[in-house]
Design a protein around this ligand. Structure first.
Ligand code: FPP
Length: 238
């Protein structure tokens, strides 16, 4: 389900760009600030990134904002992140909509505070007709959880044998194509349970830059690198 995309200069661009937003904590620590201020700086960076990504002609932009494992962080940090998500929805959805972007959330809906869940549903409904960019916020997302949830749905339906397509149809966002490029900031070299199934043929780009410092020049560098990759999906070189 991955499709090649080109911009007006015939440059290969990812149709779906995914970013693992990492390094907020270390960004804050370097400045002797509380971790939450690192997340706040990360949020600010994200606001601008939506515009930049849209300008590059990318159709789907997903970010790993909170994993199924992140609940194990100290309560103060978890609560602070939930408040940042609330802030974002309350104050930024209008701007996102004006950019022609549709907001979508991806992940398990359990554990998320009720009021935040209501805001998330509202934001999705309010922006659902925008069709220039799908901005996907992965919150309480885990690739393993997504696969397990899909399998359980299929079991509930009584089906005995499944195909890859059956599984895909039961994922959280079945219409979203697989990520073409996954960027991870902050120097960590792992996927951490993000788009586990969907990343089978994704290209990866790692940078040492902490997420709050990731800027337009960094994005362009990653996209330039991607444009030069030769994707074969297990086949032979053309
Ligand atoms: C990882 O950095 C980052 C997170 C767990 C949270 C990312 C969230 C944001 C940038 C806020 C986004 C807001 C919205 C609305 C999506 P880390 O804390 O693991 O950093 P560290 O590895 O340096 O400690």
């Amino acid at each position: 389900m991955t499709t090649e995309n080109e911009n007006e200069n015939n440059k290969k661009i990812p149709k779906h760009l995914a970013i693992i937003l990492d390094g907020n904590g270390r960004w804050a620590k370097k400045r002797h600030l509380p971790r939450l201020l690192g997340h706040r700086a990360g949020l600010r960076k994200l606001e601008n990134m939506v515009r930049l990504v849209k300008r590059e002609g990318i159709r789907y932009f997903s970010v790993y904002a909170f994993s199924t494992e992140n609940w194990t962080r100290p309560k103060m940090e978890v609560d602070g992140l939930m408040s940042l998500f609330r802030f974002y929805i309350r104050h930024k959805v209008e701007e996102i909509k004006a950019e022609g972007a549709r907001i979508r959330f991806c992940g398990r809906k359990n554990k998320i505070p009720e009021d935040l869940l209501e805001q998330m549903n509202w934001a999705e409904e309010y922006t659902k007709d925008q069709n220039i960019l799908d901005f996907i916020l992965c919150i309480n997302y885990g690739g393993r959880a997504e696969i397990i949830d899909a399998v359980n749905k299929i079991i509930d339906s009584g089906q005995k044998n499944i195909t890859e397509e059956d599984l895909r149809k039961n994922f959280y966002l079945p219409d979203v194509p697989d990520p073409d490029l996954i960027i991870r900031t902050s120097g960590e070299l792992r996927l951490s349970n993000f788009w586990l199934w969907e990343s089978a043929y994704s290209e990866y780009y790692f940078t040492d830059t902490y997420w709050p410092d990731f800027d337009e020049a960094e994005l362009k560098k990653a996209l330039e690198d991607y444009a030069g990759r030769d994707r074969r999906y297990g086949g032979l070189k053309k």
